[in-house]
Structure formats: structure tokens, C-alpha cells
Ligand binder design. Structure first.
Ligand code: GLU
Length: 491
């Protein structure tokens, strides 16, 4: 009978051979949401056994990306990127676990459940070619199962697992019953030598030693599961519950392009996506809420934790829809408290030299952000949307003219507006004060004839926030400077 670890413990086990991709981030998130929902523990384990392909830079990228999205781990490497770690089941980097693997490898060798294989590359290539010519899959012949093991020091070898011939059946949490015949797998290589285990072996040892109860990972790992179960049985380990997450597909249901699939999720940070929006978006890559929430699309991290249900993850591929991500981002931007949004926008607002042309106080900058917030899809839009506050764009004098008005009439109105502004104090330069102050002029000439030229004079644009709101941010002196410019242009 299969035994399970009773406590809920999951792990995210990335290999630092590349940055944190979209797929990785989704796997991390589903593990995290499941753990949080079930009051379990979430472990971060760095699978860096492949020394040649593992890089500290990638490890740092993985850790920074998790922290940016807002995924925290109960056990694992320190979040500060140092070599430190926390938790009682470490080390949490496979490269520091060599003696543990060695012990189990020796045990399997001693019990004859693993053996050294001396086959040369040429022999294996010839076996593969022969399988191809006969139209059958290449499975290791088992040639060295009974070879003399004593001279392994002199001859190059690897360690293979003596795969028992049988059917392996497991119940995937998402996919239901999955059946494999080990005859189609053969004696897999589990280590290069006693101190160099390979992925399937190291994972099995770590999942047991870290008491992992549920293995939640991408569907691309499903073929590894029977290998891992066979190893667990040979080692007398418990078998975790497996849940294989659906593939992420492009909008046309084909494979995701490399540009989308392979880039670091931190690119989305640079492009102005909010971590809450990314989390919300990733959660919907294969999962949907149900019941009263089935129509709801906008979720905060806390709401996701409450609603997430692993058994509702779909089997079918999950479609990556960039428009949906943009929409979610805009919605999360609108939902943020203004002070927080301002902090997020600041790096984008001040990223060039525009502060030189006009310097604003942080209060004014926050006012600017508030004015354009509804126009933002990504945070970086704040640059183009607020350009005119920093520098008046050049515009044609015709733009100042409302509908059928004449340029002379427009000029006369702008002159009255200038008089109005030169008679008010800085404190009065607010939308609240300006709105009634403009009333007489508006009732005399009509709303469009007054407000249109003022708005264009202040923004230089066909579309922008209202003139009073802009004036409030710019202040009296700058308003007059811009009105003077419009007066010169229209004279
Ligand atoms: N290191 C593996 C990967 O990055 C993890 C596989 C697993 O979760 O077992 O794909």
C-alpha cells in the first residue's frame, strides 16, 4: 500500500539554468496558493546538480522574481540572495546535498537495485541506431545489469537503476489515473557516479527527506513520474500526490513563442506590470474560480489564496492572452491607493531628464499620477501620458480654435483667461476655485469656446485631462507662461 506524508508540504524546485519564466512562475504560484489555502508549507529548493548549466545569476533571478510577484517561502534559500537559508530540512540547494545522495546511491548499489554501466557512447549510439532502423523506441538493453562491477574504478561508468518490469499506476490530482509500463522506460541512468546524481534520483531523495506531500509541476514532467515512483519504492520512500499542470499555449493554441516562454518574468516588471496583476493573470493560466465567484476576474493575492482549489485546475492547455494581462493590469492600477501607485510610477516618471524642464514637488507629481491613472495600461504609460506636464508639446495654432470659432475670437478669450489667472493667488489655482471663477466667461461664450482653447494652451493636445485639473498641478506661473505662448501663437 502506498504511504503518504500526512502534513501538507509542497515545493517549487527550479533549476537555475535559466531565468524565471512564465511557466516556472505559474508552477511556483500554484504550489504557493495550494500551500496557503491548505495551511501547509511551501519550500523553495534550488536544483543545481547540473553544475555546467547552473548559474548563480539565474538563481538570483529566480529568487528576485518570486519576491517581486509576492510569493514567500517557509523554507529555502535566503531571500537576500546570500548563501544563507532557513528551515529544518535543508540544505535547500542540491549542490550542498551530495553526501545525502551518496548514501542512498550506495544503498541501491549494495542491494543490487542499481548497477554500474560501462557501455561506451559508441555502443549506446549503435543500439539507438538499430532501434531506429527497426522502428522501435530506444530503451537501454540492460547489457551491464550483470556485468562485473568490481573494476569501476578503472573504467568509466555511470549508475543505472534496475527498473522492475511492471505497470505503474498513479492518480494525478488533475489528470486522474495515469498508467505507465516500465518496459517502455528501461534502466535509466540515475547518477554519473556516487557523488553526481541526476535529476530523477535527486528529486526522489529530496522529496522524501523534505517530507513533500504534493508534487505540483508542469505537465512536461509527467513521464518522469513513473521513474520517480519506481525509485521511491526501491528506496522504501513514501509516494507524494502528483498534480501535473497543463501546458501554457499561445492564443492560437500552438506552442508559446520562445520570446514569451523563455524570458524572465522580471521583464514584466520593467515594462510596467504590477506584481498583483501578474499574480492574478498567472492564477488564471489553468485555473478558474467557481460558484459565486465564477464570473469574477479581478483577484487580490489574498482572495486568490482563499479561493484557489487545486482540484479545479483544468487538464486542457491554458491559453496565454496578452490582452487579458493588459486589461488586468489596468484594473489593478485603478484599484491601487494613489500613494502606492505614485511610488510604482516614480521610476517611470523620473527616468529621463524631464525634471530639468519643470520641477514638481512630490505632491504635484502625485496629482499628475491621479489625473492620468485611468489612462494607464502599464505603469510605463505614465511617461507618455504626462509628457505635457513637463514640457508643452508644440502644436499648430489652429488646434486652439473651438469648432467654428475664429482665431481672433479665440485669442480674445485667451486674453480674458490670462487676466483671470493673473488676478488669483497660488492657493486659488485649484479645480474647486476655478470652476465657479470661469462661470461668467462660460455663460457669455459657451463652454467649448472657453474650455477648449484653455485646455489646448495648457496641454498642447487634442485629448487630455480637463483644464482646471491641469492648472491645479501646473500652478499659476506656469499656466500664465503657457497662456502667453498660446496668445503669441494666435495673434
Ligand atoms: N528542476 C526541475 C525543473 O526545473 C523541477 C522538476 C520537479 O518539479 O520535479 O523543471
Amino acid at each position: 500500500m502506498q504511504q503518504f506524508h500526512p502534513e501538507i508540504r509542497v515545493r517549487f524546485a527550479p533549476s537555475p539554468t535559466g531565468p524565471m519564466t512564465l511557466g516556472n512562475a505559474r508552477t511556483a504560484l500554484f504550489n504557493w496558493l495550494f500551500a496557503k489555502h491548505m495551511n501547509g508549507s511551501f519550500v523553495l529548493r534550488i536544483e543545481d546538480t547540473d553544475v555546467a548549466r547552473s548559474h548563480k545569476d539565474h538563481e538570483r533571478d529566480l529568487i528576485s522574481a518570486l519576491s517581486w510577484i509576492g510569493i514567500t517561502w517557509d523554507e529555502g534559500p535566503s531571500v537576500d540572495g546570500s548563501e544563507g537559508e532557513h528551515g529544518s530540512f535543508g540544505p535547500y540547494r542540491q549542490s550542498a546535498r551530495t553526501p545525502i545522495y551518496e548514501e542512498y546511491l550506495r544503498d541501491l548499489l549494495k542491494r543490487g537495485l542499481a548497477y554500474r554501466c560501462f557501455c561506451t557512447k559508441e555502443q549506446l549510439e549503435a543500439d539507438a541506431a538499430s532501434a531506429v532502423s527497426r522502428g522501435i523506441p530506444h530503451i537501454y538493453s540492460g547489457r551491464c545489469r550483470h556485468a562485473d562491477q568490481s573494476d569501476h574504478v578503472q573504467r568509466p561508468s555511470v549508475i543505472r537503476f534496475a527498473m522492475p518490469l511492471r505497470r505503474i499506476v498513479f492518480t494525478d490530482y488533475i489528470r486522474g489515473e495515469v498508467v505507465f509500463d516500465t518496459a517502455t522506460i528501461g534502466d535509466i541512468v540515475i547518477a554519473k557516479d556516487e557523488r553526481t546524481p541526476l535529476y530523477n534520483f535527486a528529486v526522489v531523495v529530496d522529496d522524501e527527506r523534505m517530507r513533500i506531500s504534493h508534487v505540483i509541476r508542469g505537465e512536461d514532467h509527467i513521464a518522469n513520474t513513473p521513474k520517480q515512483i519506481a525509485l521511491q519504492e526501491a528506496l522504501g520512500f513514501a509516494t507524494p500526490i502528483y498534480a501535473h499542470l497543463p501546458l501554457i499555449l499561445a492564443s492560437d493554441r500552438t506552442k508559446l513563442s520562445k520570446r514569451t516562454a523563455d524570458i524572465s518574468i522580471l521583464n514584466y516588471q520593467q515594462r510596467g506590470y504590477l506584481p498583483e496583476a501578474i499574480m492574478n493573470f498567472l492564477a488564471f493560466l489553468g485555473w478558474h474560480p467557481h460558484g459565486v465567484e465564477s464570473e469574477k476576474e479581478l483577484f487580490t493575492p489574498l482572495e486568490l489564496m482563499r479561493s484557489f482549489d487545486l482540484s479545479r485546475v483544468q487538464k486542457a492547455g491554458a491559453v496565454f492572452n496578452p490582452e487579458k494581462l493588459d486589461w488586468l493590469n489596468g484594473q489593478h492600477i485603478k484599484a491601487l491607493p494613489i500613494a502606492e501607485l505614485y511610488q510604482y510610477c516614480l521610476p517611470f516618471l523620473l527616468s529621463d531628464n524631464r525634471q530639468h524642464s519643470h520641477s514638481f514637488s512630490s505632491q504635484q507629481l502625485m496629482g499628475i499620477v491621479r489625473l492620468v491613472r485611468d489612462r494607464l495600461t502599464v505603469l510605463s504609460d505614465v511617461r507618455s501620458e504626462t509628457e505635457f506636464f513637463f514640457q508643452l508639446p508644440s502644436y499648430e495654432k489652429e488646434l486652439l480654435v473651438w469648432k467654428t470659432d475664429s482665431i481672433e475670437h479665440t485669442h480674445a478669450i485667451l486674453r480674458r483667461v490670462r487676466e483671470l489667472f493673473s488676478s488669483i493667488s497660488e492657493d486659488e489655482c485649484t479645480a474647486h476655485f476655478l470652476s465657479p471663477a470661469f462661470e461668467p466667461l462660460i455663460s457669455e461664450h459657451g463652454k467649448g469656446s472657453v474650455l477648449w482653447p484653455v485646455r489646448v494652451a495648457l496641454s498642447g493636445l487634442r485629448g487630455s485631462p480637463g483644464p482646471f485639473e491641469i492648472a491645479e498641478v501646473l500652478g499659476v506661473a506656469e499656466v500664465i507662461r503657457r497662456l502667453d505662448h498660446a496668445l503669441t501663437l494666435s495673434s
